[in-house]
Design a protein around this ligand. Structure first.
Ligand code: ASP
Length: 297
C-alpha cells in the first residue's frame, strides 16, 4: 500500500531521521540509516511481533547510527554532556514509557519500552538511569555516546530526533521518539520528545504520530494532540500533520511529523528544509525513502 490509500495492510511502519537540513554528503547516510531501521521494524512485524516492539527495534537502529541525534552521536548540552529523551506509547492499552534527560544508556528507547507496563509514564535523569540499570538496559559512560563527528561539529545546530510509528498484524498502533535534544541547551532541558501529546501519541482506534523539531515550540503548540484530533475528524495523515504545522506558525519553529491512521495509511509533512522518512507496509513492493516531501513530485 502506498502512503495515500488502498486496502488496510496487515502491518505497516514509518520511520523518520529528523526534521533538519541535510548536507549533500549526508544524504546517503540518512537514506540508508532510515532504511536499516525500517527493515528492523519490518522483521518484527512480519514475525507477528507487537507494534511497540517494532518501534523499539527500528528506533534502536537509529540510536546506534551516529548519523542521527539520538543515542550514540547525540548532541551535547552546554556542559558538553549527552542527555537524552525517549518516549514510547502502545496505542492499544494507552501505556506510556518515557525517559528525560537520561545519561549513560546506549538505547533510551529500550528503557522506555521497559517502563511501558509500569505505573509511572516518565522518569528523569538519575532516576531514569537507575531504572534502566535495574531492568537490564545497557549502561555506558556518558562520554561513550559522543561520536567523533559530534565532538568536531560542536555547537552546529541540528534537529535529528528519530521517530517511528507502526501498525502490527493485530491492528495495534505504537509510536515512539528518541533524541539527544538540541545542541547547546541547558543541562536538564527537556523538549517535546518524551512528552505524550507533544512529540508523539498513539491510539489504535485513531492512529499514531511522531514529531521532530524545535521541542519547546512543538510542546507549546501541542502538535501530537492536534494530529490525533485531526485524524479522528477524518483527515488523512499527511493533512493532519500539515494542519498541525499551521498551528506551529503561531509560536514559530521548525518541525516534521510522521503519522499513520488506524487503517494503516501513512503520511508526513514538515516545514524544515529536509525530513528523512522511510515507510513500508505488507502491501508494498518494497520500502520507500524520501528526504523531502516534494522529492518525487
Ligand atoms: N524535538 C527534539 C527536542 O526538542 C529535537 C529534535 O527534533 O531534534 O528535544
Amino acid at each position: 500500500m502506498s502512503r495515500d490509500g488502498g486496502a488496510r495492510p496487515g502491518w505497516a511502519i514509518i520511520v523518520h531521521g529528523g526534521a533538519k537540513e541535510i548536507e549533500p554528503d549526508k544524504e546517503e547516510a540518512n537514506r540508508q540509516g532510515c532504511l536499516a531501521a525500517l527493515a528492523a521494524g519490518q522483521t518484527v512485524l512480519e514475525q507477528g511481533g507487537g507494534a511497540h516492539e517494532a518501534v523499539e527495534a527500528a528506533t534502536r537502529v537509529l540510536e546506534d547510527d551516529p548519523t542521527f541525534n539520538a543515542g550514540f552521536g547525540s548532541d551535547l548540552n552546554t556542559d558538553g554532556v549527552v542527555e537524552m529523551c525517549a518516549g514510547l506509547m502502545d496505542g492499544s492499552t494507552y501505556d506510556i514509557g518515557s525517559v528525560a534527560a537520561i545519561k549513560g544508556v546506549r538505547n533510551p528507547i529500550s528503557v522506555a519500552q521497559a517502563m511501558l507496563r509500569e505505573q509511572p509514564i516518565l522518569l528523569t535523569a538519575e532516576g531514569a538511569r537507575r531504572f534502566a540499570g535495574e531492568h537490564g538496559a545497557e549502561l555506558c559512560a556518558p562520554n561513550a555516546l559522543i561520536s567523533p563527528e559530534k565532538r568536531a561539529s560542536r555547537m552546529k545546530e541540528d534537529h535529528d530526533t528519530v521517530g517511528c510509528v507502526a501498525l502490527d498484524q493485530s491492528g495495534r498502533i505504537a509510536a515512539g521518539t528518541s533524541t539527544g535534544g538540541l545542541e547547546g541547551t541547558h543541562p536538564g532541558r527537556v523538549g517535546d520528545s518524551p512528552l505524550p501529546g507533544c512529540g508523539y501519541y498513539a491510539d489504535s482506534s485513531i492512529g499514531g504520530i511522531a514529531f521532530s523539531g524545535d521541542g519547546e515550540n512543538i510542546a507549546r503548540a501541542m502538535l501530537a494532540a492536534r494530529v490525533i484530533q485531526a485524524l479522528e475528524a477524518g483527515r488523512s495523515p499527511e493533512d493532519a500533520v500539515r494542519a498541525s504545522l499551521d498551528h506551529l506558525h503561531k509560536v514559530g519553529g521548525e518541525a516534521g511529523g510522521i503519522a499513520m491512521g488506524s487503517e494503516g495509511r501513512m503520511g508526513f509533512a514538515h516545514n524544515s528544509p529536509h525530513f528523512a522518512v522511510a515507510w513500508i507496509s505488507d502491501g508494498m513492493n518494497g520500502p520507500r525513502v524520501q528526504l523531502r516531501q516534494d522529492e518525487n513530485s
